[in-house]
Design a protein around this ligand. Structure first.
Ligand SMILES: *Cc1c(COP(=O)(O)O)cnc(C)c1O
Length: 460
């Protein structure tokens, strides 16, 4: 096509009004929320980029499928349609629906992981890590060296380090119950994993007779990056690439709140019949009967449609372009980001932008608060508020490796002018970066403090 603009590949049939606030109202709301964006009311947020999980818009076909939902307790037609969609996509023998991704993780690790085990991954997502550690095992991150360098431009920064994986498998032996690979690598900036890397994992898992499980929340975005960037893959469709990725593994857990294009749902799929039987027993105990697993029939139907729509090239081209477009706006404003932009989010480097603030003054939280105050844009701090902790017995507080603000893009929800607006907000904040105050924590819980801590700005 001669036109350069990549347009939204849909038109809008239902609209949800946005609520505009004044700067004074936002100042008041943020102070009342203890300067914690998780505590804000959604009503006080204009553009909500807190997460891409379960926040997207469904298509007219998905809404039509909702009406076809069969709410029979057992053997519902909705389950048959869900089963067919997941089975065609992944090829796995046993398909177990769950209410979201972490339930699939808990059930799988409950069946396969024991005290003292080691679970390798490129980078564990926080719920994945928590569920591995809950079994008494070690969650070991083995992302490739390029993946640890924020600014480096490389095509597959989500790859697992195959040499480090081989060493782990050789040294830990039977203590490795399974190998995980997360596509795309969410905690590593939404970076993709190549098919070549997945084939390397398959070969090692064959040699060491260890099951290979994908954490496949963003399998479609990963397939698009492979289509665009990996040698020999450009003539294949994202669908074909995703199908091959699943067939290299022995099973998967997926949060369908991401590339399922629905607001709730998850799945655990496996080839091993004996492990699947144990997982189903646990499912019945905690989630529900194996033909609905914590979901309504209508949810299963919406997912069956979403799982076919999500690999459409027009959708994926627009999706990945949106993140890149927002990153370019940030660069134009002089704000560094993790490079290259991921599929689902842009990660602003607050440590670099607010270099006048030491990490103890929470620069990423300061930037996140300022984006909200400036234009009602809500992102999420991924820095010392999230990953640091108070020092024990008068020792200095622990800080995070990086100070980032993640702006996650809900699927099919915001238009290009919304993204332009976010770019303007970033630029306005960047223009007065050196005036932005730091923050201190006033009150914090013992675990996962970023969700509920209360903060206060430091005097400027
Ligand atoms: C979201 C996510 C999960 C957990 O899924 P939930 O649906 O939030 O429970 C696990 N792994 C990755 C990579 C994720 O992005």
């Amino acid at each position: 096509m001669p036109q350069r603009t990549i347009i939204e590949p849909f038109r809008i049939k239902a609209v949800e009004p946005l609520r505009f606030t004044t700067r004074a109202e936002r100042e008041q709301a943020l102070a009342a929320a203890g300067y914690n964006l998780f505590t804000l009311h959604a009503d006080d947020v204009l553009i909500d980029l807190l997460t891409d999980s379960g926040t997207g818009a469904m298509s007219s076909e998905q809404w039509a499928a909702i009406m076809r939902g069969d709410e029979s307790y057992a053997g519902a037609r909705s389950f048959d349609r869900f089963h067919a969609a997941v089975s065609e996509l992944t090829g796995f023998a046993h398909i177990i629906p769950t209410h979201q991704g972490r339930a699939a993780e808990r059930i799988l690790f409950g069946a396969m992981v024991s005290d003292g085990d080691v679970v390798p991954n490129n980078t564990h997502f926080d719920t994945t890590r928590a569920n591995v550690e809950f079994q008494g095992a070690e969650a070991r991150d083995l992302v490739c060296p390029e993946g640890r360098d924020l600014q480096l431009d490389a095509p597959f920064k989500g790859n697992i380090d195959l040499d480090a994986l081989e060493r782990t498998l050789a040294e830990e032996g039977d203590r490795v119950p399974l190998v995980l690979v997360t596509i795309t690598n969410n905690s590593g900036g939404g970076q993709p994993v190549s098919l070549e890397n997945l084939r390397g994992v398959r070969a090692l898992c064959d040699r060491f007779e260890t099951p290979f499980i994908l954490d496949a929340c963003r399998f479609a975005e990963n397939a698009w990056f492979v289509h665009e960037r990996e040698a020999g893959q450009h003539d294949r469709t994202p669908r074909e690439i995703a199908e091959e990725a699943f067939r290299l593994a022995d099973g998967c857990t997926i949060s369908l709140k991401k590339d399922g294009l629905a607001n709730i749902g998850g799945v655990l799929a496996l080839n091993d019949t004996e492990v699947a039987a144990r997982c189903r027993d646990d499912l019945i105990l905690t989630e529900g009967f194996p033909t609905y697993g914590g979901l309504a029939g209508r949810d299963l139907d919406a997912l069956a449609v979403g799982l076919t729509e999500v690999t459409e090239p027009d959708y994926l081209r627009y999706r990945v372009r949106t993140a890149a477009y927002l990153a370019e706006k940030a660069w134009d404003a002089g704000v560094p980001t993790v490079r290259p932009p991921g599929g689902h989010a842009v990660y602003l480097d607050a440590g670099a932008l607010l270099s006048h603030l030491p990490q103890s003054a929470l620069p990423a939280q300061a930037l996140a608060c300022e984006l909200y105050l400036e234009g009602g844009v809500r992102g999420v701090e991924i820095g010392t508020l999230m990953f640091g902790r108070p020092g024990a017995d008068g020792a200095p507080d622990e800080v995070a490796p990086h100070e980032l603000v993640r702006l996650a893009l809900p699927r099919r929800t915001y238009t290009q002018s919304h993204v332009d607006y976010v770019g303007e907000v970033i630029a306005a904040v960047a223009a007065r970066a050196e005036e932005i105050p730091g923050y201190r924590i006033v009150e914090q819980p013992r675990w996962l403090r970023h969700f509920t801590a209360r903060l206060a700005p430091m005097a400027g």
